[in-house]
Design a protein around this ligand. Structure first.
Ligand SMILES: Cc1cc2nc3c(=O)[nH]c(=O)nc-3n(C[C@H](O)[C@H](O)[C@H](O)COP(=O)(O)OP(=O)(O)OC[C@H]3O[C@@H](n4cnc5c(N)ncnc54)[C@H](O)[C@@H]3O)c2cc1C
Length: 379
C-alpha cells in the first residue's frame, strides 16, 4: 500500500538532481529528493566549473565563497604527458575550482525541497498509472539523477558495467599539510592538463588553496592504474606535487554523450545528468550538461501539464538534441578523435605545445565551450 504521494520524485542529489528539484518546486510541485548518501558527501571529481555553470545556476559567488573553497582560474597549462607544455593566460577568471562535497551540499540546500537522505532506491514498480518507489512513495513522475549507476536508468534498460562505453577515471583530493604546501609548486590560479600520448584521455593537476586534486580519466579503462602511476611519477619528478602524498585514488566511471546509448525518457520516467550519459565528449565535463539537462527537463515537465506519457516527454529528448547535437554527431568528436588517427601521435605533442592551437581549440572550443551561451531556466 502506498504511504506517500508526491507530484515528482527526483532520485539523486548531485548537481542534476538538486537543480531539477529546485526548478520543479518553483512550479509549485510537491517534490521529494532521495539520495543514498547523507550530504555533505564526497564525489570523485576534479571540481572544475565553467562560467556557464555559474550563470545557469545564478550562483551568488560572494555568498558561496563565505564558507566554501572557490578558486578562480585565470589560465591553464596544456601539454602531453612527458612533453613540453604551454601556459595560456586569460587575465581574468575563466573558470573556478570548487570542492564537490561543498558545491553539491550548497546546491541541495538552495533547492529547499524535502530530502530523504541515506535512502537507496532499490525498487521501482508500476502502481496503476504511477510509479511506486521502495514500496512506499507513489508518484506520476520519476526523475533519474542518480549518476552513472542510477536505478531509474537501470529500470529503463541501462546496464552499467556490462555493455556501455565509459570514461574510467581515478582521482584524489586532499588537504596539504604545511610541509606539503612548501613542497608543492602547482599554481592555484593556473591548473595543469596533460593528455595521454594516445589522446584517449588526460590527467589534471588542480590546486584549490590548500587542497590538491590530481586525477586521470581515459576512454579506455585497460591499465588505468599504470597510466595514473606514470602521470603521478611524472608530476613528482618535475617537483609539481609533494613526493610524500598518499596515493589512494578513488575510481569512478561515467559516459560521454557521443558514445552513450541510454534512452532518455519512458512513461513517467526521465533521465538527466550522468544518469542520461551526457558529459561533453571532448573534455569529459559533466557538471554543465548535468545542470543544463535539469533545466531542459524542468521546462519539458512544466509543458506536460501533469501528463507524463513518453509522447509528451519527447519534447525533452528534442531539446537535448537541439542543445548538444545528436549522439551520432557527438560520436565524431570524442577525445581520441581530436586528430586523424595516423597523424595524431606524431603531431599531437607539437599541436598541444602550440599556444594558438591550445587556446583556440583545446580551451576555448573543447573545454570552455565559449561558442555556446549559458542556458537559463525559463520558468
Ligand atoms: C574523476 C572525475 C573527475 C571529474 N571532473 C569533472 C570536472 O572537473 N568538471 C565537470 O564538469 N565534471 C567532472 N566530472 C564529471 C562530473 O563529476 C559528473 O558529470 C557530475 O557529477 C554529474 O552530476 P549528476 O548530478 O548527474 O550525478 P552525481 O553527481 O553522480 O550524483 C548522483 C547522486 O545520486 C545518488 N544515487 C546514486 N544511486 C542512488 C540510489 N540507488 N538511490 C539513491 N541515490 C542514489 C548518489 O549518491 C549521488 O549523490 C568528473 C568525473 C569524474 C569521475
Amino acid at each position: 500500500m502506498a504511504k506517500h504521494y508526491m507530484d515528482a520524485v527526483v532520485v539523486g542529489g548531485g548537481p542534476a538532481g538538486s537543480t531539477c528539484a529546485r526548478l520543479l518546486k518553483k512550479q509549485n510541485k510537491d517534490v521529494l529528493l532521495i539520495d543514498k548518501d547523507e550530504f555533505p558527501r564526497e564525489k570523485a571529481c576534479a571540481g572544475w566549473i565553467t562560467p556557464a555553470v555559474i550563470e545557469s545556476l545564478d550562483l551568488d559567488l560572494v555568498d558561496y565563497a563565505k564558507h566554501n573553497v572557490l578558486q578562480p582560474l585565470y589560465g591553464f597549462h596544456i601539454g602531453m604527458i612527458g612533453e613540453k607544455n604551454v601556459r595560456i593566460d586569460y587575465g581574468k577568471p575563466m573558470s573556478y575550482g570548487i570542492r564537490r562535497s561543498e558545491f553539491d551540499y550548497y546546491l541541495l540546500a538552495e533547492a529547499r525541497v524535502p530530502v530523504l537522505a541515506k535512502t537507496t532506491v532499490k525498487s521501482i514498480d508500476r502502481h496503476g498509472d504511477n510509479w511506486l518507489v521502495n514500496g512506499e512513495i507513489e508518484t506520476p513522475l520519476l526523475v533519474g539523477a542518480g549518476g552513472h549507476f542510477c536505478p531509474v536508468a537501470k529500470k529503463m534498460g541501462a546496464k552499467p558495467g556490462q555493455n556501455e562505453a565509459i570514461v574510467a577515471a581515478q582521482e584524489i583530493e586532499f588537504k596539504m599539510n604545511d610541509e606539503q604546501v612548501s613542497l608543492c609548486n602547482a599554481d592555484a590560479e593556473v591548473p595543469e592538463l596533460y593528455f595521454c600520448r594516445d589522446l584517449k584521455g588526460y590527467g589534471w593537476l588542480f590546486r584549490k588553496g590548500r587542497y590538491l586534486n590530481i586525477g586521470l580519466g581515459r576512454e579506455d579503462s585497460h591499465n588505468l592504474s599504470s597510466h595514473v602511476d606514470e602521470f603521478i611519477n611524472e608530476l613528482q619528478s618535475n617537483n609539481r606535487i609533494p613526493a610524500n602524498m598518499e596515493k589512494k585514488l578513488a575510481g569512478h566511471a561515467y559516459q560521454l554523450y557521443g558514445s552513450a546509448q541510454r534512452q532518455l525518457t519512458d512513461d513517467g520516467l526521465l533521465l538527466i545528468g550522468d544518469a542520461a550519459g551526457l558529459a561533453y565528449s571532448h573534455s569529459g565535463e559533466g557538471i554543465r550538461p548535468a545542470i543544463e539537462s535539469a533545466i531542459l527537463a524542468a521546462n519539458a515537465i512544466c509543458n506536460c501539464r501533469g501528463e507524463y506519457s513518453t509522447t509528451r516527454l519527447r519534447a525533452y529528448v528534442q531539446d537535448i538534441e537541439k542543445r548538444f547535437g545528436t549522439r551520432k554527431q557527438n560520436n565524431q568528436i570524442s577525445i581520441s578523435n581530436i586528430l586523424p588517427n595516423k597523424l595524431k601521435q606524431k603531431i599531437a605533442a607539437k599541436a598541444l605545445s602550440n599556444n594558438w592551437f591550445s587556446r583556440k581549440y583545446v580551451l576555448n572550443k573543447w573545454f570552455l565551450h565559449l561558442d555556446q551561451d549559458p542556458l537559463r531556466p525559463l520558468h
